[in-house]
Design a protein. Sequence first.
Lengths: 372, 374
Amino acid sequence: MKMNGTVLQTKDLSIGYRRARKAPAVIASDLNFSLRPGELVCLLGPNGAGKSTLMRTLARLQPSLSGQIWLDERPLDDLRPGQLARRLSIVLTDRVDVGAMSGYGLVSLGRHPYTSWTGTMSEQDEQIVQWALQAVRARDLSDRLTVEMSDGERQKVLIARALAQQPRVMLLDEPTAFLDLPRRVEVMDLLRQLASENSQAILLSTHDLDLALRNADRLWLLSADGDLLEGAPEDLILNGAFERVFSAEGVTFDRERGSFHTSQEACGRLRLQGEGVAAFWTRRALERIGYSVEREGENGDSSAFATNLNPPQSVNATVSVRNHDGGLIYFLETEGREEQFATLNALTTYLRRGGAGGEADAKVDEDLYARR
Amino acid sequence: MNRGNIPIATPGIRVHPSLTRGFAVAPGLLLAGLGLVAIAAFMLSLAVGSVRIPLDEIVSVLLGGDASKQAWATIVLKFRLPKALTAMLAGAALSVSGLQMQTLFRNPLAGPFVLGISSGASLGVALTVLLAGVAVGLGGSTTLLAGISLAGDTSLALSAIAGSGLVLLLVMSVARKVQSGMTLLILGLMFGYTTSALVSVLIYFSVVERIQAYISWTFGSFGGVTWRQLQVMAPAILVGLAGGHLLMKPLNALLLGETYALSLGLNVRRVRLGIIGTSAVLAGVVTAFCGPIGFLGIAVPHLCRSLLHTSDHRLLLPAVTFMGATLALGADIVAGLPGSQLTLPLNAVTALLGAPVVIWVILRQRNLRQAFAG
C-alpha cells in the first residue's frame, strides 16, 4: 500500500469488542484516517465514544473487528511483537507503580525491544535513555525514585520511556488527566515539540479541549455514534463539526470564544468599557453571573455569531474598568447613578443582589466594598 | 535505527544511576557479600547441632579427609551435609518463586504458594497418610512417628509430588486461557480453600496417630531428605533456578504492568507460562521433599528490595537466591537449638524470626509501594 508520507493509515477500520455467541459490539466503523510524521494529533470525543478502544486497537492491544491498519508501510498484524515495539509506543492513563526504581531505570525499560535477553544496556542504549530524559526536560529526575515523584514528573518520565523506544508513532491515552493546569500546558507543549523535532507522529486522547485546540496540528473528533471527523482544529470549529460532536443537553460550544458553556438565558445586558486584560476578566466575571456583555465599539464585527445567542435586550447599564493609583476601580453606571467598586467580587455581589436594577436597599454593604 | 536526535557518542564515565543509587558500595560487591554470608551460614550449619564439631575438622571432612573422631565424619557426611544442602536449595527456590509471584501478580502478599501448589501437595500427603491402608510402611499406627523410615519418607514425597504436579498442570492449563493475572490469583486462592477443606474432612475422619503424622509433615523439615532424594531434588531445583534467572528481563518489563509489557514487545502469555512453570516447579519440589515451608518465599524478596533499594530483577534474582539460602540455613540452625537434644518445628521458627523482621522493614519504609515492586 502506498503510504504517501504517512506512518499510520487505516482503511475501513471497525473497532469494538467481540463477544461470545453474540454479534460483536461495534463502537465505530468505516474509519479511514492517517497519521503523518511530525504532527501532533489530538483525539477528542465525548465519554464512551471509543477513544480508548481506538487507541488500543491501533496499538494492537486488542484486535480490530474488520478493516486494515498499516504501520510504516506494513500491515499491523504482520509485525512481530519486537518489530511493533520498535515502531509504536504507548503511555497509558493508569498510574504506574514500579516500586523502588529511579527515573533512569524506568526510562531504560523503554530499551527493552532493543536489548539482549539479559536486558544489558549498551553504551548507545544508555545515550538514548539520557537523550530521552533530556528531551522531556527531566534530566534531574534521573536519580529520583519514581515513588517520590509528583504526578507531573512521573508523566514526563513515562513519556521519556515511550520516547526511548524510538517509535515512529507514539500513542498517549489522556496524558494530562491527573495534572494541574501549568503541568498540562507544559506536557502538551512538550509533545508538540517532540513531534516536530523527531519527526514522530503523536496521537493523544484528551478531554482538555482548550489545550487540544491550541496545540494540535489536527484533531480527530470521534462522535458518540461512531463517526470520525478530522481536520485542523480551526476548520472543525468553523464548519460546525465541533458543535455537532459535542452537542449535549444544556451545553453548547461557543465558537466565538472556543469554549463550552451551559446555555441559559441571560439575566440582563451590560455594556463594558475598558481595555486589555482587565476588560477581559471583567467580562468573564460578568458572564459568570449571567449577564450578556457587549464591548464598547465591538458590537459590529462579531455580530455574525452573536445574533443567534440571545434575544436582544435593552442595554440598561455600563460597567467600566479604570486604572487608579496603580490598582483597578470598577464603575457601574445605571440610569445616571454611578457606583464604585474596589474588586470584581464586590461588583458581582452587588449585581447579584439586584443592584443593576437600581434598588437602593441592595446597597447595604456598599461601605464595605467601595473605595473612596 | 536512530530516528531521534541522538547525541553523538561522547567518551567518558558511564554511570548507571538506576543501579548505584542508595548504595554505599557497588551492587556487584553487595551481591558477592551476600554470597559470602551464605557460605558462612553453610559452614556454621555443619558445625553446630547437638554435637559441636570444630570448623577445621569439617573442612577436612568436606575435602575428603578424616576427622579426628570417626563419628564426626559420619555426622557431617550423613546428616548435616545433606540437610544443609537441602536448606540452601529450598531457601533459594522458595525465595525466587516468591519474587516471581510478587512481580507477576503485582502483589506484595503473593508468595510461592499463591497458586495452590502447597495445597495440592498437602492434599496428596493427607490422602496418603490419613487414608487407612494406602501408605506403605505407615500402616503400623502407634510406631508411626518413630518409624518414619526411608520407605515412609519416599511415599510422602511421592504423594506430595503427585499432588503439587496435578495442581501445576491445572494452573498451567488455566493460565493459557485466562486474560488477566488477577483471575489466576483468585483461582489459586479458591483452589487452596477447596483442598484445605478436603484435608479437613480427611482429618475429621482419621485416627489421632495419623493426624499427628500429617501435622508433623506440615511443620516442615530439611532433615528428612536423604542423599538419594537429593539426587532428584537438587537437579530439579537447579533447573528451576536457572529458568527463573533467564526470565529477569521479562520480569523487569512486567513491573510496568501487563499492558506496557505487551507494548514493549513481550509475549506476555508465554512469559506468564514460563514464570508460573518455573515457580511451580521450585515451590512444588521443595514442598514435596521438605513440607510446606512458609514465610521465606514472601519475606526474602521484601528484605532484598529494601537492602538493595531496587526493583531491578537483574540484581534481585541473585540477591534473593543468596539471601533465601542464608535465611533457610539460619532458620534450620535455630530450629535445631544448638547444644540441646530438642528441635523446634521449622515453620514456627521461620515465622517467629521472620515476621518481626518484615514488619520492621515495611514500617521503616512507611510506604509499601516502595517496599515492593509492582
